[in-house]
Design a protein around this ligand. Structure first.
Ligand code: SF4
Length: 227
């Protein structure tokens, strides 16, 4: 990726987080108050630094065929971390996770529990580069890429991780079972509670999944309120 592409991607991410105000204001961001900074949590700076340190990664063959590296977007102090398996076509083109119709569906679900990406929520994938034809991640790719997710988790310190879809769930939990066997249970992912629910794209394909997904997100909302 060229420097121009990197800067473009950076501003696209900032725009996703803050909207167009970023381009209109010369004022520095107000300093966050003590309540808004989670103790021990890293800031955008550390996460951005980590992003820059790995965005040229070629540790597995997917690095050679990506259009964009898809690090993740959102609040660096998020209490909720949503994780998909890997970027799809639109994500690869835009360098952002969960865009397009599935991304809009995810935003609508978050809105229903009074949340939005960039405010208490961070969104990432296990793999940072798109597998060809959207195939499932290979174990060898997960082995190389999962440490990046673990570092993101270490920096963000979410209260809860939610794996979106069976593939993300089975990849993180290392269990090859149907989604319904992973749902409705609180798992442990390296010390952080993890739930599994439907991928927003599945809801677009089959509206029968909307009701159980809503049940899951109500649970997520209540859990975060009481955590
Ligand atoms: S998928 Fe992960 S390990 Fe493979 S090249 Fe991309 S960033 Fe590196």
């Amino acid at each position: 990726m060229t420097t121009k592409d990197t800067i473009h991607q950076y501003f696209k991410q900032q725009q996703a987080l803050y909207g167009n105000e970023l381009y209109l204001s010369n004022e520095p961001d107000p300093l966050p108050g003590p309540e808004s900074v989670k103790e021990g949590a890293e800031t955008h700076g550390a996460l951005d630094e980590f992003h820059q340190s790995i965005c040229q990664c070629l540790e597995c063959p997917l690095g050679a065929c990506r259009t964009n590296f898809v690090f993740g977007v959102g609040d660096p102090n998020a209490e909720l971390l949503l994780v998909g398996e890997a970027p799809g076509e639109q994500e690869d083109l835009r360098g952002e996770p969960f865009v397009g119709r599935a991304g809009k569906m995810l935003d609508d679900i978050l809105k229903a529990i009074h949340k939005k990406r960039g405010d208490g929520v961070y969104i990432a994938n296990v793999l940072k580069c798109r597998p060809p034809n959207n195939r499932d991640p290979l174990p060898s790719e997960v082995e190389k890429c999962e440490p990046y997710l673990l570092e993101q988790i270490r920096q963000i310190q979410p209260k809860l991780i939610v794996a979106l879809g069976r593939v993300a769930g089975k990849t993180l939990l290392k269990m090859d079972v149907p989604l319904k066997e992973m749902r409705d249970k609180t798992h442990d992912y390296n010390g952080t509670p993890l739930r599994v629910t439907y991928h927003p794209a599945a809801l677009l394909r089959n509206s029968n999944f909307k009701k159980p997904t809503w049940v899951d997100f109500q649970w997520i909302r209540d859990y975060l309120q009481n955590a």
